[in-house]
Ligand binder design. Structure first.
Ligand code: CS2
Ligand code: MG
Length: 408
C-alpha cells in the first residue's frame, strides 16, 4: 500500500493550523498535525518543498523506516520545524494503519491502559473574583485539574491570562495576536514572585484540597527564582510547576530541584529525546511536556516516554489550542496506551475549528477518550478549511521595565 498523494493544508479557523494529508493508492487518507505557532508557513514549506517528494511511492505501512528516513537522511537533524514536519508524517501513517486495520490507534500501540486520560483546563483572572469564576466554570465542565494563571499588579497584561469571565462566558484566550510583528508586553519578575503565592493560597482556601492545581512560569525565572517559587508554593500542594527556567539549560533544574519538592514539568519547546537526556537521567523533572505535534510524532514521543518511565517520570503532554484536533487525538491515543501517563493539557477549540476538524474524541467526568473510530478518529473538512486562509499571528514578546528583552 503506497502513498500516492501528499497535501499540505494551511487553514485559520480562529488560529492557524498546518495539516498533512496523505492519500494511499487505494484511497486511504491519513492526517497529521504540523502546526508550529508563529512559524506555520516554515513547516508547510519544509513539508511541501523537502519532504513530500520523499513520501510519494513509499510503503505507507513502514512507519519506523519512514520516520528514520527524513530524520537521519537529510544531514540536518532536530529543531522545531523539522520535528513538527516529521511528526505530521508519523501521525498520518498511524492514522492510515489504524484505518486499514479497522482499529483505533491506541489499540495498535498496546491497547488501553486506563479508562480515560485525566486532563487539565486553563483558568485565569486579573482579579481573584474573576479567577474563581473561571475555576467554577471549569469544574462545572468536569475538570478535576486546573492550571491557574493570574494578572500581576502593575503589569498591564500577563501572558496566559485571558479576559475575565465574570459574565460566565467561555474562556476565549487567543495569545497569538494577528499582527505582522509581535506585540510587546512588559514583564516584572519580582512583582510576579510576590503575587503568585497569595493567589494559590486564596484558591486553596476557596476550593479545598482535592482540586489538582498547576501553574506555568513560561521560562521566565532564573534557577534561584524558580527554587524560590517552588518553595513558596509547597504549602498549596501543586500538581506541577511548569517551565520555571529557560528550557535549553538542563543543568538549571538541578538547583531548583535541590530546594523544592514542588513537582516540576518541562519540555513543551523541546523536540527530541536528546533535549531531555540529562533531566531524565538525573530525575530533575516529574513530567515530560512534549507534544506529539512538536516532538516527532507518536513514534518518537512513545520512545521518549518509555525512557522517562524508567525514572518514574510521567507524561504531561502539551495541549494548547495551537495543537490541532489531529495532534490532540494523537496525544490521546498515546496517552491511553502508555503505562506512565500523567495528565493531558486540554484547551477546547472554538466552534469554527470544530467544523473544520470533525472529531470523535469525548470528554466525560474529567477524562478524555480518543473514541473507537479506526485510526486517529479525526476527519478534515477540506471545503470548510478553505474558507479560512492563513493569517500572520505571533505570540507576544517581553521587555523588562528598562527595555531589556526578557525570556519566555
Ligand atoms: C502554554 C502554551 O499551554 C501551555 O502550557 O505554555 O500556551 C504556549 O505558550 C503556546 O502553546 C505557545 O505556542
Ligand atoms: Mg506551558
Amino acid at each position: 500500500m503506497r502513498i500516492e498523494k501528499v497535501d499540505v493544508i494551511v487553514t485559520s479557523p480562529g488560529r492557524n493550523f498546518v495539516t498533512l494529508k496523505l492519500t494511499t493508492g487505494d484511497g486511504v487518507v491519513g492526517l497529521g498535525d504540523a502546526t508550529l505557532n508563529g512559524r506555520e508557513l516554515a513547516v508547510a514549506s519544509y513539508l511541501r518543498d523537502h519532504v513530500a517528494a520523499l513520501l510519494v511511492g513509499r510503503q505507507a505501512h513502514n512507519i519506523e523506516d519512514t520516520w528514520q528516513y527524513p530524520y537521519r537522511g537529510p544531514y540536518w537533524r532536530r529543531g522545531p520545524v523539522t520535528m513538527a514536519a516529521i511528526a505530521a508524517v508519523d501521525m498520518a501513517l498511524w492514522d492510515i494503519k489504524g484505518k486499514v486495520a479497522g482499529l483505533p490507534v491506541y489499540q495498535l500501540l498496546g491497547g488501553r491502559s486506563r479508562r480515560g486520560a485525566l486532563a487539565y483546563g486553563h483558568a485565569s483572572g486579573t482579579t481573584v473574583e474573576a479567577l474563581f469564576t473561571a475555576i467554577r466554570n471549569l469544574r462545572d465542565d468536569g475538570f478535576k485539574a486546573i492550571r491557574i494563571q493570574a494578572g500581576v499588579p502593575g503589569l498591564a497584561r500577563v501572558y496566559g491570562v485571558g479576559s475575565d469571565q465574570l459574565a460566565g462566558q467561555r474562556y476565549d484566550y487567543a495569545p497569538a495576536a494577528r499582527t505582522t510583528v509581535p506585540v510587546e508586553e512588559d514583564w516584572d519578575t519580582a512583582a510576579y514572585l510576590r503575587h503568585i503565592p497569595g493567589v494559590f493560597e486564596a484558591v486553596r482556601a476557596q476550593f479545598g484540597a482535592d482540586l489538582l492545581l498547576l501553574h506555568d512560569a513560561h521560562h521566565r525565572l532564573t534557577p534561584n527564582q524558580g527554587a524560590q517559587l517552588g518553595r513558596a508554593l509547597e504549602p498549596f500542594d501543586l500538581f506541577w510547576l511548569e517551565d520555571c527556567t529557560p528550557a535549553e539549560n538542563q543543568e538549571a533544574l538541578r538547583l531548583v530541584r535541590q530546594h523544592t519538592t514542588t513537582p516540576l514539568a518541562i519540555g513543551e519547546v523541546f523536540n527530541t529525546v536528546w533535549d531531555y537526556q540529562q533531566i531524565i537521567r538525573e530525575q530533575l523533572i516529574d513530567y515530560v511536556r512534549s507534544s506529539v505535534t512538536h516532538t516527532g510524532g507518536i513514534t518518537h514521543v512513545k520512545k521518549l516516554l518509555e525512557y522517562a518511565a524508567q525514572y518514574q517520570i510521567k507524561s504531561g503532554m502539551h495541549g494548547p489550542t495551537d495543537v490541532s484536533p489531529v495532534g490532540m487525538a494523537a496525544a490521546m491515543h498515546l496517552g491511553m496506551s502508555i503505562h506512565n501517563f500523567g495528565i493531558q493539557e486540554y484547551m477546547k477549540h472554538g466552534a469554527k475549528t470544530d467544523l473544520v476538524f470533525e472529531q470523535s474524541f469525548t470528554w466525560t467526568d474529567g477524562l478524555l477518550h480518543p473514541g473507537a473510530k479506526p485510526g486517529l478518529g479525526v476527519e478534515l473538512n477540506v471545503d470548510e478549511a478553505g474558507k479560512y486562509p492563513y493569517e500572520q499571528a505571533y505570540l507576544p514578546y517581553n521587555r523588562l521595565a528598562d527595555g531589556t528583552v526578557h525570556d519566555w
